[in-house]
Design a protein around this ligand. Structure first.
Ligand code: ATP
Length: 236
């Protein structure tokens, strides 16, 4: 984690996030295989909309829900560190990468809750695709006891009306839905928020790299440099 204190290091051009003290913490998990601008804009736009004082990027070690990532955990962690360097609001948390066990979000949030105390507002940040699969996550209902959930939806997409949302998730959302990020309390609300649509995926980036194509402007240059330095994803 960076250990930066946002209050001391906020540059003037970040004024939307510095207008008043920010208390809430955002958590963005992912395989980040590799991290790209879709992830970074999700964090940035949610930080601004909710008024987060910090977003913690938590790369998954061995994610339980999917096939093993392509790049080894230390590489994915290093790429996330490079991507967030220089943003005083973004921090990296290596706990899942350092753990020998599969990373369950509920365990990570439980640990964060124990460290930060019961009053700390926490926001789990999710893309709509991840949110729609929530009911398959381990102990998913407990997530609402541990954090608020902010979902980045596509403009025009009626997430609540989506056929892809299970009835049990729809019930949770309709009870917990809030209109903005000023939700009271440390956990339990669901915010659906439109973000700038960026049709970027790590899968497409990996495929393009494997055929020696260009992925410039889809992810930070510092991440692309790292990929080439370490010959990741089939790069020459
Ligand atoms: P892959 O293509 O390997 O499945 P990914 O690009 O979807 O990877 P993940 O690490 O699985 O990235 O995603 C982490 C989080 O970021 C998830 O909540 C996901 O919904 C969200 N996310 C990923 N890409 C975007 C994007 N382009 N716009 C908004 N959210 C995104």
């Amino acid at each position: 984690m960076s250990g930066n204190n946002p209050a001391e290091s906020s540059p003037a051009h970040r004024s939307p996030l510095t207008a008043h003290p920010r208390h809430a913490i955002g958590v963005l998990g992912g395989t980040f295989d590799p991290i790209h601008f879709g992830h970074l804009r999700l964090a940035e736009e949610m930080a601004e909309a909710i008024g987060l004082g910090e977003v913690r990027f938590i790369p998954a070690g061995q994610p339980p829900h999917r096939a093993a990532p392509h790049a080894a955990a230390p590489h994915r962690l290093a790429m996330v560190r490079r991507a967030v360097a220089g943003n005083p609001y973004f921090a990296v948390d290596a706990r899942e990468v350092d753990s020998p066990r599969p990373s369950y979000t509920v365990d990570t949030l439980t640990a964060l809750r124990a460290e930060l105390g019961s009053k700390q507002p926490l926001w789990l940040l999710l893309g709509a695709d991840a949110f729609l699969g929530l009911t398959s996550w381990h102990a998913w209902r407990r997530l609402f006891e541990l954090a608020h959930i902010a979902v980045a939806a596509r403009p025009g997409a009626q997430l609540l009306q989506s056929d892809s949302m299970s009835d049990e998730l729809r019930r949770e959302v309709s009870q917990r839905h809030v209109a903005d990020g000023s939700a009271a309390g440390p956990a339990g609300s669901v915010l659906l928020r439109q973000m700038t649509p960026l049709d970027i995926s790590a899968t497409a980036i990996r495929h393009t790299l494997a055929r020696q194509g260009s992925v410039r402007y889809l992810l930070p240059d510092a991440v692309l440099d790292y990929i080439h330095e370490h010959h990741l994803y089939g790069t020459a």
